[in-house]
Design a protein around this ligand. Structure first.
Ligand code: ZN
Length: 245
């Protein structure tokens, strides 16, 4: 635990424990959550992940199982569910589109306690999303963030249409989605790609990854080697997750 404590101090994250108490979140750094689970509860289906590389392997393996039609649907028993009340150790933050066809736990074939998920249309971020993600890294020591866009994203299509028609703002909260995706549309439209929707999907993922990487808490963890932030695109037809460079 000394390593985790050192990392928390290095990141200047004293606030995180307070946030955890405030929102009632179970913390991985509580009083021996892992030990409690190990002595009295069923073990998780896979070893605990502690590094970005291990997280990438587990994520990739789970996605491959789902694509092949042979998901394990791990760690969803009543006994395992009960054991998680002692604490959580998710191995990846997933920031994905809210689209009903892209549920991260299913696409990556993971179970309870595995993924720390935030979802918005077009996987755009606001302060609440950014705070949630940084909480996951600071307090739960999660080693991987995946920004997951997808084929034929409706939020991307709607933003392209709004830009092409020069539609005025609607004056409601949906404007926030359009404003967030619009830079990717403008950048990609200028290159006249064969498939503008798909080009914007990929660019929007890249923009969100870049935005996350600028956050001091996240950049410090990346520099320390304890975190990787990657983009990905889910193909609705093939059921595959393509990891973007
Ligand atoms: Zn979408």
């Amino acid at each position: 635990m000394s390593g985790q404590s050192t990392r928390r101090v290095a990141l200047g994250l004293g606030f995180a424990a307070g946030v955890g108490a405030l929102v009632g979140c179970a913390s991985s750094t509580g009083s021996g959550a892992a030990g409690d689970a190990a002595t009295s509860s069923p073990a998780p289906s896979e070893p605990t992940v502690t590094t970005p590389e291990q997280a990438i392997t587990r994520r990739t393996n789970g996605a491959a199982r789902f694509t092949a039609g042979g998901p394990l649907r791990p760690d969803q028993s009543v006994a395992y569910r009960t054991s998680l009340a002692a604490g959580q150790h998710p191995f990846a933050v997933i920031l994905s589109c809210a689209d009903s066809r892209v549920p991260p736990e299913i696409v990556f074939d993971q179970g309870l306690g595995d993924l720390f998920v935030t979802r918005t249309a077009g996987q755009v971020v606001d302060h609440a999303v950014l705070g949630s993600i940084q909480y996951g890294i600071a307090e739960l020591k999660i080693p991987l963030i995946v920004v997951l866009g997808h084929e034929k994203c409706g939020a991307v299509k709607a933003t392209i249409e709004a830009v092409e028609k020069k539609s005025p703002a609607a004056g409601n909260d949906i404007d926030a989605l359009v404003a967030a995706i619009k830079p990717a549309v403008e950048e990609e439209a200028a290159t006249k790609p064969a498939d503008l929707v798909d080009a914007v999907v990929r660019k929007n993922v890249a923009n969100v990854v870049a935005a996350l990487a600028k956050k001091p808490i996240l950049s410090a963890a990346v520099t320390a080697g304890s975190l990787q932030i990657v983009g990905a695109r889910y193909d609705l037809d093939a059921g595959t997750v393509e990891f973007l460079s």
